[in-house]
Design a protein around this ligand. Structure first.
Ligand code: MRU
Length: 337
């Protein structure tokens, strides 16, 4: 199975990313040498997906004071800059919090700060890879065999340090020789479903059918979808789930047709400090993303646009949450952290 690796180190200690804004037509790797460049890459979705932006930000912190000897102050300034790039995915704050705590501990103990930061960033990446694998096993057991999985956005290898979250059970079943296929929502406005999910599944040899978002309800009514699996950017203490805009509508349609609606996420996405979905900050993105495509207008220039990047699916619509620590009822997931 060919799984893309969206991030890595260069031999010189810079960060190499697969520029996801150029997929599927161009596969270009870009080297990021500064904290500012990493922040820009996260803001513009060159790197994206909740776990991956946490990993990218952690790696980005290692670039603070890279040319000399980094200080804890530089680490905290880098963390503040990176933490302000995208508000919804809690993995970003979670990873940066770990980097700050590691820097402070290293300074207290008189350790080499640069080496400690690199170690912590690698640990965050390694742990994410392992969490994805465990989500894959838990999800595959839950599904139990051949399946047609409907998904939204991209919660695959391109969004994580491993085999993804929502796609992890799919890859695990595929590897085990089960007949598993995916129906991928296109995911307007930035087309993560068609550009990214369809791309990585095709490369991995997993059969995928692309639909536009407004076809999902009709597809669910046909009765051939085994389950819906989506990722998450933040799961509140009560089990409400923030994920890519359109997830809520998909959950409503799944409920209406009696199709299980699963959320797959590592425990780094669970935020016990946020009591419910109403308190999750929802990122609003530029109007141009809705009113045009790659610089070409798709609407009159003067039209008003509303462009929330995420929505909140109430816990009541979620059948179960598949995590690296097992499968939970939404109301119990905060206990997993
Ligand atoms: O705006 P994006 O592309 O970063 O949004 C990504 C999603 O909404 C994913 O579903 C979520 O981050 C989970 S990725 C494992």
């Amino acid at each position: 199975m060919t799984i893309p690796q969206p991030i890595g180190w260069t031999p010189g200690g810079a960060i190499r990313i697969l520029d996801q804004t150029l997929l599927p037509d161009t596969e270009r790797y870009v080297d990021l040498e500064t904290v500012d460049a990493v922040a820009e890459a996260i803001r513009t979705l060159r790197v994206r997906g909740a776990p991956l932006i946490g990993i990218a930000a952690a790696m980005g912190v290692t670039l603070a004071g890279r040319k000399g000897r980094p200080s804890v102050e530089q680490v905290c300034a880098a963390s503040a800059l990176l933490g302000a790039t995208r508000p919804t995915a809690v993995n970003l704050r979670w990873a940066l919090g770990r980097m700050e705590r590691r820097a402070e501990a290293a300074a207290r103990r008189g350790e080499d700060l640069a080496a400690a930061l690199r170690q912590e960033a690698d640990a965050i990446w390694d742990e994410d890879r392992a969490m994805c694998a465990r989500i894959g096993v838990a999800g595959a057991e839950l599904i139990g065999g051949d399946a047609l999985v409907l998904t939204h956005c991209n919660a695959g290898a391109l969004a994580t340090g491993g085999i993804g979250t929502a796609l992890a059970p799919v890859y695990t079943l595929h590897e085990a020789g089960r007949r598993v296929a995916v129906v991928a929502d296109e995911t307007r406005p930035l087309l993560q479903g068609s550009r990214l999910t369809a791309w990585e599944l095709t490369r991995a040899g997993v059969p995928v059918t692309l639909i536009t978002d407004n076809m999902a309800a009709s597809r669910l009514r046909r009765g051939d979808i085994t389950c819906v699996i989506v990722g998450a950017d933040r799961i509140a203490a009560n089990g409400d789930v923030a994920n890519k805009i359109g997830t809520y509508g998909l959950a409503l349609a799944a409920r209406a047709h009696g199709v299980p609606f699963y959320v797959a996420a590592p425990t780094s996405t669970v935020d016990p400090a946020t009591p419910d979905g109403a308190r999750i900050p929802i990122e609003e993105r530029p109007a141009a993303e809705v009113a045009g495509w790659r610089g070409r207008p798709a609407a009159p220039a003067e039209v008003r646009v509303w462009n929330p990047a995420f929505d909140v699916t109430p816990a009541a619509l979620v059948t179960a949450i598949i995590t690296d620590r097992g499968v939970f009822a939404p109301g119990d997931v905060a206990g997993s952290t």
